[in-house]
Design a protein around this ligand. Structure first.
Ligand code: SF4
Length: 482
């Protein structure tokens, strides 16, 4: 019996996971099988992860978003970590990476796997360093032991920093920000201390054996990703990418699924180049990118700087986007940061899917636009990427139930609501004359359009729309209307 999804696919078998993925993506199961067989897509699904609802990562499928969570020495209880996990999934993470470095790592990881409907990813090197006490004291035996244990626990994919080689290290000497990947800096320090090749590279075939046994998917780490625009697309980054291409093919020889991680910080005019190069060098293996941030000057807003790059990467063919929160470079994200980061990345992913004409992607936009033009506020909120945020913002100024029937919002106001004016003109066949009439402004009290849009009975006059500041004086009952 096939041990991995790729092995089954190569044998011509459509697995239950492939059937489920096809259903979720509105694709033919045979297409899913062929994509997995050719290594163009992965289904991270550890045989020991019973709670998983299988999903697929590949450039022909909907772009996915990962959220990182994890404890530190200060916060290490299972409930807190599970709460973070829940928040990430609630706000739309397709996979969750547990990057914990604190206490109780095994118990927390097992809790994640036990409860998670989405794939769990880890960076096992972090646990190995924690157990060894320092990067230099990590051994090849310890790396294999930690990785096998995490595989047995049900982790679906692991970042493995096997692509950074001793001969790459001098190439980073002229960089502005050196090696910014945590795993990369650990491996570099190990190689310098031992005068040996990267230990993960040395044991790579044994790793493939472990991954094949449990069907763990490689996420080949980009240890030399650029940490600033000045270092983007340099010799070090692309030398490591060549090694990642070789490691991809070696994993495929073992019937192991692979995706490849990418940068980082890249200016807009070179984002597509990065995706195209990875796709060529790694024979189409799915590209999993962090951002990239397209400028370095906006700490506090790096969910935006990176979502711009992520949208461009998605359009160019990246398969999964690792989210960045507003706290990037500054501190540990709180729940609201996770929410903002995931919203930014789901926008980037969806924008890429629309641009690439993924099945059903544009339907979402069209449905929301129709609800918007129909002034169907409840439907607009329901369809919104973040329904709670959309409703909250609308209700800050127009909170009452009655305003869910209104044909305007407080942005343009009742008199100047362009969609309402447009609809009136079309209904009355007066598109031409309306323009003329507006030269002198629309009379709110007497125009037919204003009549239609007057707030429903029982509320204040439209001229008394409340501001946020005087909401306590607002006479209409605030309603949690649905
Ligand atoms: S008032 Fe302006 S923003 Fe609000 S619904 Fe009308 S056109 Fe749209």
């Amino acid at each position: 019996m096939a041990r991995t999804q790729i092995e089954a696919a190569r044998e011509g078998t459509v697995t239950d996971a492939m059937e489920r993925v096809a259903e979720r993506e509105n694709r033919d199961p045979e297409f899913v099988r062929a994509q997995v067989a050719e290594g163009q897509a992965v289904i991270p699904a550890n045989a020991n992860h019973d709670a998983l609802d299988p999903m697929i990562i590949g450039r022909e499928f909907a772009t996915k978003v990962n959220a990182n969570i994890g404890n530190s020495e200060e916060t290490s209880d299972r409930e807190t970590e599970l709460e973070k996990h829940h928040t990430a999934v609630h706000y739309g993470a397709d996979t969750v990476m547990d990057l914990g470095t604190g206490a109780n790592l095994d118990a927390i990881r097992e809790t994640h796997v036990e409860h998670s409907p989405v794939p769990i990813g880890t960076v096992p090197l972090y646990e190995a360093v924690k157990r060894a006490g320092s990067p230099e004291d990590v051994t090849k035996g310890l790396l294999l032991e930690v990785i096998e244990k995490q595989a047995r626990q049900g982790v679906d994919y692991m970042t493995i920093h096997a692509g950074i080689l001793a001969e790459h290290l001098p190439l980073t000497d002229g960089r502005k920000t050196g090696i910014v990947s945590r795993g990369g800096s650990i491996m570099a320090s190990w190689m310098e201390a031992h005068g040996e090749q990267n230990p993960l590279f040395q044991v790579y075939d044994e790793l493939c054996g472990i991954f094949a046994k449990y069907d763990v998917t490689f996420s080949l780490g980009d240890s030399l990703r650029p940490g600033c625009l000045a270092d983007a697309c340099d010799e070090a980054q692309y030398a490591e990418l060549d090694t990642l291409g070789e490691l991809t093919r070696r994993a495929w020889e073992h019937d192991v699924q692979v995706m490849v991680e990418g940068p980082g910080h890249v200016p807009m005019h070179r984002v597509a180049e990065n995706v195209e190069r990875q796709q060529a060098v790694c024979d189409g293996a799915p590209f999993y990118v962090l951002g990239p941030l397209v400028t370095d000057v906006a700490p506090g807003y790096d969910h935006i700087t990176s979502a711009i790059g992520a949208a461009m990467a998605a359009q160019a063919g990246a398969a999964m986007l690792c989210y960045v929160t507003p706290k990037e470079h500054l501190g540990l994200p709180e729940e609201e940061d996770v929410r903002d980061g995931l919203a930014a990345y789901r926008i980037a992913a969806h924008a890429g899917d629309v641009a690439n004409d993924r099945p059903g992607a544009r339907d979402w936009d069209d449905a929301l636009s129709e609800a918007r033009y129909a002034f169907d506020w409840r439907e607009q909120f329901r369809l919104a990427l973040d329904p709670d945020r959309a409703r909250e913002f609308h209700d800050q100024t127009l909170p009452g139930d009655n305003y869910k029937e209104a044909r305007f919002c407080s942005m343009c106001g009742a008199e100047f609501c362009s969609m309402r004016i447009d609809q009136e003109a079309r209904r009355d066949g007066e598109m031409e004359t309306l323009d003329d009439d507006r030269d002198g402004g629309t009379d709110l009290e007497s125009s037919p359009a204003a009549e239609v849009n007057r707030p429903p009975v029982g509320t204040h006059e439209s001229g008394d729309l409340p501001s946020v500041d005087d909401e306590n004086d607002y006479p209409v009952e605030r309603a949690d209307d649905d």
